[in-house]
Design a protein around this ligand. Sequence first.
Ligand code: NAD
Ligand code: 2HG
Length: 526
Amino acid sequence: MKILVSDNLSSLGVDILKKEDGFEVDVNTGLSKEELIKIIPNYDGLVVRSATKVTADVIEAASNLRVIGRAGVGVDNIDLDAAGKKGIIVMNAPDGNMITTAEHAMALMMSMSRNIPQAANSLKQEKKWSPKTFMGVELYGKTLGIVGMGRIGSVVAERAKGFAMKVIAYDPFVNKEHAEKIGVELVELKELLQRADFLSLHTPKIDGKYLLGKEEFNIVKPGLRIINCARGGLIDEAALVQAIKDGKVAQAALDVYSQEPLPADSPLLEVNEIICTPHLGASTEEAQDKVAIAICDQIIDYLKYGSIRNAVNMPSIDEETLRKIKPFLELGEDLGKIASQLAAGPVTQVKVQYNGEVAETDVKPITISVLKGLLERAIDGINMVNAPFLAKERNIEVQEMKTNEIKDYTSTIQVHVTTKEGTREITGSIFGKGDPRIVKIDDYYFEAVISKHMLILSNKDVPGVIGNLGNALGKHNINIAGFHLGRIGENGNAVSVINIDSPPTSEALRELRETSNVLEVYSVVI
Ligand SMILES: NC(=O)c1ccc[n+]([C@@H]2O[C@H](COP(=O)([O-])OP(=O)(O)OC[C@H]3O[C@@H](n4cnc5c(N)ncnc54)[C@H](O)[C@@H]3O)[C@@H](O)[C@H]2O)c1
Ligand SMILES: O=C(O)CC[C@@H](O)C(=O)O
């Protein structure tokens, strides 16, 4: 396995990769886009921080790449859609730098409230002793508004409470219990803007929308102080400069910018009330070691053992869960493959229903494996990462349903596939520790073994049909390994699943289809 590390990564991470059997590592930082495009086909894995821009054209050129690891949280420098479509998994290391970044937010809050950079600059650069110029404000008793109560926002809230600040937060995705547990009052954004003395942002970048723009600055509590250690693009920088000039906002402390590196002529650098740091939030020795170790371990676990942690473009599966759900992943893929060969025409909808114990596990990866099996014959290079993207691209509606109800089996997976011609249903279960079976096709019940080659056929349920089929298969030298019959009462139709040791020739299939009372014959390959 060849891994490229294209940004500054702690040597502890690089060493982990170097020491791993079968891994080769190149550290090559500061590459131009053209240089990266040229060398990326040589690599199975890429490790980046925020400097490398993994754009669609880089991904297009990455013919062997299987994983991109981000040593940190934000993945806005990686084209996730392009990676997903190409089947490249993107993972981050979200826990390693949360304390460090929260500490940077606190450092900015305190530096800003006491004018520390400006005062230090005046004394050291201008040799001026002017304490009156740098009158500050206390944090004590002030209200801190946090937007985004995730990992970093929550740590900031705890630290701020240590300064006896009142903490309020806006995060539409967080539950009340989490907020109450850390003693934070959840409010709407408008209320937060009207009440906060300090405001700290901790959300991901929000596409096409500023969290703080002219409209928001018009309603903030006068004298607001703003901290942004999250992402550039959350604040309309021109509107911020104007709001400070208009006296609506007192100060701001920024670590991230809409354009990075921040251009030397940025108006932000001209405003004395704005403190700027050069995207330093995660830059401590401890955090850099932690994220580097985490991402390198994750990459090895994925490339060597298939276990997925902190994936941002597919559900994560740790080793323990992987072990538990592996038989169902395989069953799901088999059911998808069978369904694709029974259904006629392009698929428009897939419903996957989980019944019984399997419904209590994380079923998302199983649904993806159904999609992978379903689309495998139509799309080259499909895998667990790109299957949902490719299904979406083909306008296939995917539904997932769960019931805890246990009927005849402890767990079943029911796959309904709809095309213009109608819906086919195929249900599977796991016998014993990992023996996959088809237990139902449409209305017919069996306990059919799933094998590499199968014939699935329907016939009128009259005497002699099975004998004739056996003769026809024998004539074409096709050995029957198993025979499973499903019927609904007498005098109706029957469906059979026949396990065969070799694939049928087209001649054999023609003869089977011409056998009297046979209605449909499908040759199914797993
Ligand atoms: N400055 C740095 O060096 C640095 C370092 C680490 C992380 N970060 C950035 O900090 C941010 C937060 O990181 P995290 O690890 O806490 O992420 P997180 O995913 O744990 O938390 C983000 C929170 O934002 C909330 N959220 C999403 N959209 C929102 C919206 N429109 N309004 C309000 N809340 C919303 C989510 O519900 C979530 O709780 C990210 O943007 C990350 O890239 C920056
Ligand atoms: O790698 C860095 O220094 C920045 C990291 C930070 O922005 C992140 O999102 O984790």
